[in-house]
Design a protein around this ligand. Structure first.
Ligand SMILES: [Mn+2]
Length: 447
């Protein structure tokens, strides 16, 4: 059978199957009267564009098309039962009238996007997650903005696993990899949206690691289309009803732990490269295995990673014992300005706009410097005030477990975890300092 004949046969088969399903299969009340006109297959047989005639007025036709688009996944699974092919093509319904098609499609896709965004999060089991990923072929992987060690380590770890499984992978983030993580294997190959010339990427699936929403991936979100399958892998507690599906389990200390589980459950051995990436993911999210999220499983997985012979000392030096010159200059200023209040339970310091101008440091360089304020004897809360603009101040808190920083900052419009939180106040730094310290003093009276 020539390739052309084969493509035509598959198209004809799909047309017949969908015509049958349209009669009594799709139960969506929005589906009006439609008929399948033709099916056009992509040359690699991965996609089937199904052209349908829609009847009724404009509103009815649109709602029929939305119903069809939303049923595409189900239609694909029904066809899969009778079509004996290695890959079942993705189904795309298109209106047969070419008039203003581009415009109409965009509107329909937007509508589908909106409808999906209010559906509950669909939780998968780990085995279902793996199956779901393996059924995709061209995959874009991404993570949240301002990625940390877990975000980047998980992304790289997953990338290597996907390659082992023969998948085509596009690792894409919104901004360049932060300097401190440039030592990670493959970090220079991660694509970002600030590159001069971006290619036209072609993928069918998007996997997001270390965050469970498309709104936190920055500009990369623009590349996620309603036709893409979106899969999430995350370990945070909060899950939005955003219609996404994936594996979310907050019993894991790091997303890197979940990625490691994927290797272990599919018998893919860790290479030194993947082990370094995943070790960095786990070590950074557990604060070097010190935070309370560290479990026995964390250590078991890490033990497996260490068997690849990675250089523990070198990596730990990079992630825990390295300052950029700019960070050091900021720290020097923070420490020299530190003061105490609330009987020594609160330590605080400030950074001003001129500090950033003089040192060439950026806001990113402040990352975790507040820890030094909390680490002093008797201190319960360390606070760093950073002047962002004349009337805008960033406040970051690091606390001991007895004080809930997240709750405290939430009352002031910020947020975070129990021991690390922050927020931005629309007031000059002096005023922000006064009001936060007064609040803290009264909150700490009982502690
Ligand atoms: Mn994480």
């Amino acid at each position: 059978m020539t390739k052309k004949v084969r493509i035509e046969r598959v198209a004809e088969f799909i047309r017949e199957e969908i015509a049958k399903l349209l009669i009594d299969g799709i139960k969506d009340p929005r589906l009006g009267f439609v008929s399948v006109m033709k099916v056009r297959m992509s040359n690699d047989l991965r996609y089937a564009d199904v052209y349908v005639s829609l009847y009724g007025d404009e509103k009815q036709r649109k709602s029929s098309l939305i119903a069809l688009q939303n049923s595409a996944g189900w239609v694909k699974s029904m066809i899969a039962q009778n079509l004996h092919m290695r890959y079942i093509p993705d189904i795309r319904f298109l209106p047969d009238d070419s008039l203003e098609r581009a415009y109409a499609m965009e509107e329909v896709f937007n509508k589908i996007h909106q409808e999906r965004s209010t559906l509950p999060f669909l939780r998968l089991e780990l085995s279902e997650l793996i199956e779901e990923i393996l059924s995709s072929n061209k995959i874009m992987i991404t993570t949240h903005e301002r990625p940390d060690g877990d975000a980047l380590g998980s992304l790289i770890g997953l990338w290597i696993w996907l390659e082992q499984k023969g998948k085509e992978v596009i690792p894409l983030i919104s901004a360049p990899v932060p300097k401190m993580y440039s030592f990670l294997p493959r970090s220079s190959q991660i694509r970002h949206l600030e590159e001069d010339k971006l290619p036209r990427w072609d993928f069918d699936t998007v996997i997001i690691v270390d965050v469970a929403s498309t709104s936190r991936i920055g500009e990369v979100n623009k590349y996620v289309k309603p036709t893409h399958k979106v899969i999430v892998i995350d370990h945070h507690e909060t899950l939005d009803a955003n219609g996404l599906m994936g594996y979310a389990n907050s019993s894991y200390s790091a997303c890197g732990e979940i990625i490691s589980e994927i290797y272990i459950n599919t018998d893919v051995p860790f290479s030194k490269e993947s082990a370094i990436a995943l070790y960095v993911a786990i070590a950074t999210d557990t604060g070097g295995f010190r935070f309370s999220n560290t479990t026995s499983l964390t250590h078991q997985i890490t033990s497996t990673l260490l068997k690849t012979g990675l250089d523990l000392e070198e990596i730990n030096t990079r992630i825990f014992e390295s300052f950029t010159k700019e960070q050091f200059e900021l720290l020097r200023r923070i420490l020299s300005r530190t003061e105490f209040t609330a009987e020594g339970k609160v330590s605080y310091s400030s950074l001003f706009l001129k500090d950033f101008q003089e040192t060439g440091a950026t806001l990113e360089d402040c990352h975790n410097l507040t820890n030094f304020l909390r680490d002093i004897e008797n201190v319960v809360v360390g606070v760093l005030f950073v002047e962002l603009e004349r009337k805008k101040t960033k406040v970051s808190l690091r606390s001991r477990k007895v004080f809930n920083s997240g709750e405290f900052m939430m009352r002031l419009g910020g947020g975070g975890h129990r021991c690390a939180a922050g927020g931005t106040l629309d007031m000059p730094i002096d005023l922000a300092k006064k009001s936060i310290l007064a609040e803290l003093e009264s909150s700490l009276k009982t502690i």
